[in-house]
Design a protein around this ligand. Sequence first.
Ligand code: NAP
Ligand code: MG
Length: 495
Amino acid sequence: MTKTKTDYEQIAQQLKPRFQAFIDGKYCDTISGETFSCHNPATEEFIGDIAHCDAADVDKAVAVARKRFEQGVWSQRPPEERKEVLLKLADLVRKHTDELAVLESLDTGKTITDCLHEIGTEAPAFFQWYAELADKAFGKIAPTGPDALGLIVKEPVGIAGAIVPWNFPFLMAVWKIAPSLAVGCSVIVKPAEQSPLTALRLAELAQQAGVPDGVLNILPGMGETAGQAIGRHNDIDVVSFTGSTEVGRMFMRYSGDSNLKGIGLELGGKSPFLVLEDATINDDLIEHAAMSAFWNGGQNCSANMRQIIAAPLVEEYTARICERVQKFTLGDPLDPNTEIGSMITPEHKQNVMNYIHKGNQEGAKMLMGGDLERTGSYIKPTVFTDVTNNMTIAQEEIFGPVLGIMPVQSTAEALQVARDTDYGLHATLFTQDINRAIKTARALPCGTVSINGFSEGDIKTPFGGYKLSGSLSRDNGTEAIEQYLQTKTIWINVQ
Ligand code: NAP
Ligand code: MG
């Protein structure tokens, strides 16, 4: 039966969130005894004091993670057994969806509808997909002559650090935990300081599913403390990071200054949504345009905020997108009718508001949106038109609900504007001409191009960025497991 806001409020009242770190299969205080406070951004209510891990806690977690890796309790376990454990974890996440989704919504101000989908549908599917891959990944044999046998073998890299952001806290953690556990790594996760609660709860579900103690550790803390300690640790073999480009650069430095650990980077974006002149403006296109910008309140790395529209279509497009955006329901994240919840923090809201002021100052025309005065950190979905590519709101990642319409005179100009950015995560392209679609997709320097619909692809397709949107690593697909593997050659002389 479909649940109501009252049902979710009741679930919220019964929650008993975990606030301590999870190390070696136990919830524990930090060595320093330090904590930091966690709030619900939609109500501004205090939720709890969270363990503030620092370098000493990271050392403790790494020591046990290494010990378990060397013991082989997970790393040497037959892949079909790892598969069984991860399939069980997928089921446990499904079973606890309501509880986890409410927890995520309280922690972040995300809508309950989005949380239910990400946690109840997407996350278990990830565990399942990588579980199924665990016993189907074969090595290679080199083409040698009869005197040798050359085996090319993939081995788990050892200890993987996962540093995740606050916009999809549970899902981003799962994107990294599922493939790294599937190949046999020990894992240390640092959730974002704004959103630690669901990752902490996941830890005990993983234990219940059969992940051995010390193999999955969750260390909440600040970037400068726990995050930096993970980045600089000499016994962590790889870090998979999702977050801003600025912090991504730091992880490259941490690696260079320490043990040259592998660094996988999934970073920011400023992605275009191109509507070429042969496209038909219909409900479907407008729905994709609106969702590409305002899904998760625009707090989405692949948000398509630069909407580059062929001049003859701009008037109709603008009228229809404004009409659609007007209909978004903002409000209580626990209400299933809410489509846009709170921004993550008052500080983040202020940053986004500053961009809106800047858009106005630099001469873009604001058609709708701006501040929504109510408890919590709300911003109305905001639409600017007459945005040109030299404006700050066309170049910098805002990470909030601010869409810019950019009229262009030709496909060549559309492409030139789309390419003119430091980022390269995603692009959407609407056209009816298949040749134009393929040529334009090839010419766009970004990790995902979605044609005639906004999509990030699915579990099976790799996700990551060109240019300042990432490193060569990819999350999702079979590509994701490459982040957590190293390659060994075993050369056998045959006599
Ligand atoms: P962020 O500030 O870069 O934080 C990401 C993670 O890094 C957090 O866990 C953070 O800890 C940690 N961190 C911060 N400073 C650090 C430091 N000096 N050393 C080590 N770790 C540090 O990003 P965010 O604001 O959470 O997330 C928004 C950004 O993520 C946007 O730029 C967005 O585009 C990007 N993003 C990218 C993808 C993708 O797949 N490409 C997906 C989602 C988000 P604290 O929480 O303590 O700051
Ligand atoms: Mg919070």
